[in-house]
Design a protein around this ligand. Structure first.
Ligand code: SF4
Length: 491
């Protein structure tokens, strides 16, 4: 095989859509191109051995924030043992601030931006000459209609065992400065009927879990409705064999027609990921995020109260101008709306994002190593930022896990952020750990904390047992294709 397209995924279940797009668009080189995916945390020498066993002339790597360090090691190792193999890098992590990166110094070529047109051209030059002179190639952005769609490259094994990523559009028209999609300036749709025909084929092959990577699924309501109707038709035709679809939506745009469609989805079939990021209007202005907070809150409330959609809502701590108090107020506001999950993220400085313009004024200190997490800023010192990081981790374990559904509201009382922060500080002082806390131990710790807050031992135990009697998610009333965590929330 002369060309291998490779990446290190964060998990086995993540099947790389990017690699499949590249392979689908290799043209006459496709028969000599193969995908090899690995998972981060494995042995670099084993990855190299398996790649070289294919005797490639070219290896292309997809480089992302979660794999850049390990990929850099792999590339360095490959260049030591097989310097004749040409290494091409692509992906968001090497598309900006390119030249200064160690991984780029080791590689032969880099494609910045889109790769579907430029990669086969570059491979042809490497294989047939004349040899390319430049190291860094700016990727040509194809018209989406000209791209081959990649979905037939999902194998039966992918369909059975992995999350299938799909996209009905690329790009985002908004310009939130912390986000890579801010650089797109617009969104481009794929031709809808062509896209849906591919979804139909995936469905007929057994796919039931579809994760849309569109940055703003509800941008064009006509398109959103058509895609949702596709899934509703499947559910209606086979109610005992349901689908699960995940969409990222902007929170302040939920017109009536979309609401009507959402209401038709049964439990366990629909998930929305909603970015709030901050409820603080000053912070929103600073990072160029346009959001109608009242509308967003109304829509989240409506979705929680009226629909069966599973709601995963994102907040980001560490944005310029956001204090702990204003973040906490936003957190409490969001918690009161009762989404199933609050994803509490810590700001990262993604390469190329315009948030860098606030670095001096807000004394933004970022970790120089991936994932470039904020360490401190003008309003939040390093120690406090670490408390927030731990809050996020424990929130995931206790709240987002859905394992303490009855206990959580009692823990949080009428001051969710302040009380969970107190719990977070307490549990860290008692365990010195944020990971590898077994569920039994976590339940005992929660019970102990409640008693420390004045609750009687019997009452605290009874409360914990009301959640904890069923450690495993109950089988939902109806069969569902929803992942286990969403099933916990459904219960
Ligand atoms: S945060 Fe969301 S809305 Fe803002 S630019 Fe990124 S993808 Fe678009």
């Amino acid at each position: 095989m002369s060309i291998i397209l490779s990446t290190l995924n964060a998990r086995y279940t993540h099947a790389s859509l990017g690699l499949r797009y590249l392979q689908a668009n290799m043209g006459d080189l496709q028969p000599q191109t193969e995908i090899m995916e690995f998972v981060i945390g494995g042995k670099t020498t084993e990855f190299a051995e398996r790649l070289l066993a294919k005797k490639p002339k070219i290896i292309g790597f997809g480089v992302y924030i979660w794999n850049v360090e390990e990929t850099a090691r792999l590339v360095a190792l490959l260049k030591r043992v097989a310097p004749e193999v040409k290494i091409i890098l692509g992906g968001p992590e090497v598309s900006y601030e390119t030249a200064e990166q160690a991984i780029v110094k080791e590689a032969d070529f880099v494609i910045t931006g889109w790769g579907e047109v430029t990669l086969p051209d570059l491979c042809r030059q490497i294989l047939n000459g004349p040899q390319p002179l430049m190291k860094i190639h700016v990727g040509v952005q194809a018209k989406l209609d000209d791209l081959q769609l990649p979905y037939q490259l999902y194998t039966d094994d992918d369909i059975k065992n992995r999350t299938l990523y799909v996209e009905a559009s690329r790009g985002c028209p908004f310009k939130c400065e912390f986000c890579l999609s801010a650089l797109d300036k617009t969104a481009w749709p794929f031709e809808l009927e062509r896209f849906l025909a591919e979804m139909e084929t995936l469905y007929q092959r057994g796919a039931r879990l579809f994760k849309f990577v569109d940055r703003t699924f509800n941008l064009n309501i006509k398109t959103s409705l058509r895609i949702m109707q596709f899934f509703l038709d499947k559910i209606a035709a086979h109610p005992d064999d349901p689908v699960f679809a995940h969409f990222e939506v902007v929170p302040d745009h939920l017109p009536e027609a979309l609401r009507e469609s959402i209401l038709k989805f049964p439990p366990g079939a629909l998930q929305f990921e909603i970015g709030i990021q901050s409820f603080n209007p000053e912070v929103q202005t600073l990072v160029s995020r346009k959001q109608n907070n009242d509308k967003a809150a109304d829509n989240i409330r409506w979705l929680v109260e009226h629909s069966h959609a599973h709601m995963h809502v994102d907040l980001i701590a560490g944005l310029p101008g956001e204090t702990v108090e204003s973040f906490g107020a936003g957190f409490d506001h969001l918690y009161a709306l009762r989404p199933h999950e609050i994803q509490f993220g810590i700001l990262k400085r993604l390469r190329g994002t315009p948030i860098i313009r606030h670095t001096d004024e807000f004394a933004m200190k970022y970790d120089p190593f991936p994932p470039y997490t904020i360490l401190a800023n003008r309003d939040i010192d390093f120690t406090t930022m670490q408390r927030l990081v731990r809050f996020a981790r424990y929130w995931d374990l206790v709240a987002n896990s859905g394992r303490f559904a009855h206990t959580l509201p009692v823990m949080l009382g009428d001051a969710p952020f302040a009380r969970f922060m107190a719990f977070s500080d307490w549990i860290y002082a008692h365990t010195d750990a944020t990971h590898r806390i077994a569920l039994d131990r976590l339940a005992r710790l929660v019970c102990q904390w409640l008693q420390g807050q004045g609750m009687g031992a019997d009452e605290a135990e009874a409360l914990i047992n009301s959640d904890y009697a069923g450690k495993q998610p109950k089988v939902a009333d109806k069969k569902t294709s929803a992942p286990q965590r969403q099933q916990m929330h459904l219960n």
